[in-house]
Design a protein around this ligand. Sequence first.
Ligand SMILES: Cc1cc2nc3c(=O)[nH]c(=O)nc-3n(C[C@H](O)[C@H](O)[C@H](O)COP(=O)(O)OP(=O)(O)OC[C@H]3O[C@@H](n4cnc5c(N)ncnc54)[C@H](O)[C@@H]3O)c2cc1C
Length: 338
Amino acid sequence: MLRELVDLQPYNTLALHARAAVFCEPVSQEELLAALSLARSRQLPVLPLGEGSNIVLTRDYPGLVLRLRDNRIQLLREQTGTVLVRVGAGLNWHQWVQQSLDNGWYGLENLALIPGTVGASPVQNIGAYGVEVAQFIDSVQGVYLDSGEAFDLDNKACRFAYRDSLFKQALAHKTVITSVVFRLSTVPAVHASYAALRDYLAEHHADEPLTPTLVMEAVCAVRRSRLPDPHLLPNVGSFFKNPQVSPEQFVALQQQYPAIPHYPGEQGRVKLAAAWLIDQCGWKGRCLGPACVHEHQALVLVNRHGASGEEMLALADAIAADVLARFAVRLEPEPWIW
Ligand SMILES: Cc1cc2nc3c(=O)[nH]c(=O)nc-3n(C[C@H](O)[C@H](O)[C@H](O)COP(=O)(O)OP(=O)(O)OC[C@H]3O[C@@H](n4cnc5c(N)ncnc54)[C@H](O)[C@@H]3O)c2cc1C
């Protein structure tokens, strides 16, 4: 069950080499608790890992890396118009989106093809094409790493925000999520107002009725045309969050850069497009050593030539420094950096 000194390169989508002192893929709650108890007795830190699509490994991990394998889907309750479904943390996210649609449980279509696992989805409140997973999460179950005690947190307690949650703040690296309960609709409803999606549907499916299946197909088509497949070109998707600035700072920026893209942010702030800021600094398609910026997506850093985690970070730091110097806007990495 436990393996020692395991290279994590096959387990992260940037294909970075880093060894886990101990590695375990528990298939049951009993195996998970046994692994946690062993980590406690050996005083090892614990890192839950999903598919490694939002993590940058810059060095070996001196503790226990846990990859949960539970991929069960369990219908808990069906009421008029909604279902509550518990899903094991180890299930691949896209497989869950596909299966929910196959069962006539609607809501997750816009989140199709996001890499990763169900267990990681609440951590950064994954979002795409105008939808965030928090809209469909009823509760999150798991275990505290230090005590092995179970928890069950409702949606409000998870403090979801833009690419953020309690699991990235007060509970960061303190829990392992074992399952997520989703509240989905049995009545078809679509969210197709996001510009890229709306444009694609207007161009390719103008005469067809909008259904959840059509929206999911459109999301997949748009994503495939825009984002490099990490199996072919290692990456972690967006490397930076879209920064949010005060209305005053935005007005000053807009005076200088009238074309600056902007969206409503949280708590009255204005969200800027990190990709545009990076592109303006001339980084699109450029490399720093073996680490590169994708030629079509300035927000996506790619490991084109066998870069190390530190080389990927050196590129990210150089980009962030240029954006800060030119726009006085601080870029924050989206993936977790180890
Ligand atoms: C090509 C590409 C496109 C992407 N597009 C999007 C997008 O559109 N929207 C978006 O939001 N994200 C996107 N991402 C980022 C990524 O897919 C998500 O963040 C995803 O949820 C990560 O899942 P994972 O299983 O790979 O997590 P990992 O990368 O393995 O882990 C990420 C973090 O979550 C923690 N974690 C993982 N599993 C658990 C668990 N069971 N319990 C507790 N903590 C855990 C880890 O410790 C780590 O801190 C993209 C990534 C790629 C490569």
